[in-house]
Design a protein around this ligand. Structure first.
Ligand SMILES: Cc1cc2nc3c(=O)[nH]c(=O)nc-3n(C[C@H](O)[C@H](O)[C@H](O)COP(=O)(O)OP(=O)(O)OC[C@H]3O[C@@H](n4cnc5c(N)ncnc54)[C@H](O)[C@@H]3O)c2cc1C
Length: 389
């Protein structure tokens, strides 16, 4: 039995174009990069040259000026093709902070080279070892000295620093004791990593379960020019929150791409593998988990489109973006489990790529926001339950 053809999906031309590019980087490529713990430079380069990572930069700055819906298709197709958008998704959404809150001068200076792919803004340093999810308790400080800010502190899990020219940094610019609300007194800066490395900024890579280029940052007397403060001093936490809806929806789309990859691979293998004189897929114990995974991926996809539509219509979409992220991350993880189980022992063999994608998709239950935080958001902001932390 052959797998039925895929049903028509939204944005078919866009999908075909991204798929054609991804097809130049087959499984062996991603497998080798993972094995060598390398960065998929050629792949990211090709995506950059084709303009896909500048999808959401407005045309006036040289980007494609597309909506979140189209941008999410790019991310979905990367993961659907067996790749991992985690290597480059920051380039798509980190610039949003600059776009929404930067001055006209900052946007004119930075966005065109980012759109052309000459500068990479792939990194965002928010998380700290002491504060964890409790972002308003970060201890990294920024102190104004003349025409510079001087930064002191430490960050953890700052991804893609080694493959970025620019980084968004969150630091406390007014001490916690002096603000009325904990969310006040935090500021966002654009750090030029080309100047910062070795001049107040030290990077230590973190070996981790996924081939994710992520790092600890030690910041000691790092000087940032005053003109690199984004927006108003003290409003950085609000700016950070404003960027989360796009990020969460794009990650949801990546999970949906993963989910479809797992369902396809599981279906194919279940049809091909013969044990006890029958394809294993004839057993309901094998086919039901795959069918269930498919249903959950498709359901999550509906919420992803809802979030995209609201975002692109400039309507509030915090609830939908969070729900899409939670549903999609759960669905891709369940699909990963079903796919691994369907493959039996071969699921553990690197050559089948299942174990690699399994590790990669697991991350999205934890980062960029953990499942519990999404549940807390919905409980408090959608249902009106008391704040739990
Ligand atoms: C590979 C990777 C890449 C990352 N990239 C970046 C990056 O580029 N930039 C960046 O800033 N950060 C990044 N992160 C950090 C990521 O966003 C955090 O790991 C995540 O937000 C969770 O924070 P934490 O690890 O400190 O967990 P903690 O805050 O210590 O939480 C641990 C667990 O307790 C739960 N928990 C905590 N408090 C509560 C509560 N009140 N109610 C219920 N449950 C609770 C959490 O949900 C979590 O499951 C990355 C992380 C990883 C693993």
């Amino acid at each position: 039995m052959t797998h039925p053809p895929e049903r028509p999906r939204r944005f078919p031309e866009l999908r075909d174009a991204v798929r054609a590019l991804c097809a130049q980087f087959p499984d062996e490529y991603h497998r080798r990069i993972d094995r060598e713990r390398a960065y998929p430079e050629a792949f990211v380069d090709a995506l950059t040259r084709a303009g896909w990572l500048a999808a959401m930069i407005p045309a006036e700055y040289g980007g494609a000026g597309l909506g979140l819906a189209e941008a999410s298709v790019v991310m979905e197709e990367i993961n659907r093709s067996g790749g991992n958008a985690g290597a480059c998704h920051g380039q798509m959404y980190n610039m949003g902070t600059l776009l929404r809150h930067g001055s006209a001068e900052q946007k004119q200076r930075w966005l065109p080279p980012i759109a052309r792919g000459e500068l990479r803004l792939q990194s965002m340093a928010v998380t700290e070892p002491g504060a964890g999810t409790d972002t308003t308790r970060i201890r990294t400080t920024a102190t104004k000295r003349g025409d510079r800010w001087v930064v002191q502190g430490q960050k953890v899990w700052t991804s893609r620093v080694q493959h970025s020219d620019l980084m968004i940094l969150l630091a406390r610019s007014t001490p916690l004791e002096q603000v009325a609300k904990r969310s006040e007194g935090l500021s966002i800066f654009l750090v030029d990593l080309r100047d910062a490395l070795g001049h107040g900024l030290t990077v230590r890579p973190i070996e981790n379960m996924v081939n994710h280029e992520t790092n600890e940052l030690f910041i000691d007397g790092l000087e940032i020019p005053a003109e690199n403060l984004i927006g108003e001093e003290g409003r950085g936490f609000r700016y950070l929150l404003n960027g989360l809806n796009a990020e969460r929806t794009l990650i949801a789309a990546e999970c949906i791409g993963d989910g479809r990859w797992f369902v396809d691979r599981a279906t194919r293998y279940a049809n091909e593998r013969v044990v006890f004189d029958r394809p294993i897929g004839r057993n309901q114990g094998v086919q039901f988990p795959i069918a269930e995974a498919h249903i959950e991926v498709e359901a999550a996809d509906l919420m992803r489109w809802r979030a995209c539509e609201l975002f692109d219509a400039r309507e509030p979409c915090g609830a939908e973006a969070n729900m899409a992220k939670l549903l999609a991350a759960k669905a891709s993880w369940e699909a990963a489990n079903a796919c691994l189980q369907t493959h039996g022992g071969f699921g553990f063999a690197a050559d089948y790529d299942v174990e690699r994608k399994f590790r990669e998709t697991r991350l999205y239950q934890v980062a960029p926001v953990s499942t519990n935080m999404v549940l807390s958001y919905v409980a408090e902001h959608v249902l009106g339950l008391p704040r739990s932390y």
